[in-house]
Design a protein around this ligand. Structure first.
Ligand SMILES: C[S@@+](CC[C@H](N)C(=O)[O-])C[C@H]1O[C@@H](n2cnc3c(N)ncnc32)[C@H](O)[C@@H]1O
Length: 216
């Protein structure tokens, strides 16, 4: 059995990764901070065993902090998908720097992922920090979730971050998606000022860390 990397050590590795060089506001490009990513991924593995030796889809991977962290915790394969070519170049450099062979990257809009992957490619685990679906991207958070669920194997599990204000909505939707939905943690998420108020350097928003498990 592979020994689980300590959370602090995982966080240190993730801190070394390059983030977005010129974040695109319309694509809601803010990376998951190393501390939050390490807490999420460590919980996914230590509490549920959903990373080690699992195939993982990192939807809206950005610079691949979640995908790289998944491999460091033992994932056998990760596919990172993003609509932005520049983000994928940064991902590529992060992956090469750590000499990881387990990660592939796909340049695509999340909307066409089921079509591109076909019915046969299914993942054990999906990890994502999708756009929150604000302003120009209304509904994109929910779309990421629905597409992510479509890409899961029969016993697959999806982990995601969403604004706490959408909690009731996702709880209501869960039965129609045939998933068991649980909020694992409530976080204060440090959003760079460019995305909210320009008179502050950053702003905390309330975010839920979710687990969606397929019901068969
Ligand atoms: C909040 S960022 C998170 C990035 C990364 N997952 C992380 O945790 O650091 C959301 C990501 O979704 C990507 N994105 C936005 N719209 C997309 C779409 N329609 N299809 C695929 N990716 C998209 C953005 O380019 C961005 O990298």
């Amino acid at each position: 059995m592979v020994k689980l990397m300590k959370r602090k050590e995982l966080e240190q590795h993730l801190q070394e990764l390059d983030g977005f060089s010129k974040p695109k506001i319309l694509l809601e490009q803010y990376e998951t901070r190393a501390h939050i990513a390490a807490c999420m991924l460590h919980t996914i593995e230590s509490a549920y065993g959903d990373l080690c030796q699992k195939t993982v889809l990192d939807l809206g991977c950005g610079c691949s902090v979640l995908g790289v962290g998944s491999v460091l915790l033992g994932a056998s394969y990760v596919l990172g998908v993003d609509i932005d070519e520049e983000a994928l170049q940064i991902s590529n450099s992060n992956i090469n720097q750590l000499e990881l062979n387990e990660v592939d990257l796909l340049h695509a809009d999340v909307k066409i992922i089921p079509l591109l992957l076909g019915g046969n490619t299914k993942f054990d685990t999906v990890v994502m920090n999708p756009p929150f679906g604000t302003k120009h991207n209304k509904g994109l958070d929910s779309l990421f979730l629905e597409i992510g669920l479509q890409c899961l194997s029969d016993k697959g599990v999806l982990y995601s971050l969403h604004k706490s204000s959408t909690r009731d909505y996702f709880h209501r939707k869960a039965p129609s998606w045939k998933v068991e939905a649980r909020v694992l943690a409530e976080l204060r998420y440090d959003l760079p000022a460019t995305y909210k108020f320009h008179n502050k350097t950053s702003v905390d928003i309330e975010v839920d860390f979710w687990r969606f498990e397929k019901k068969n």
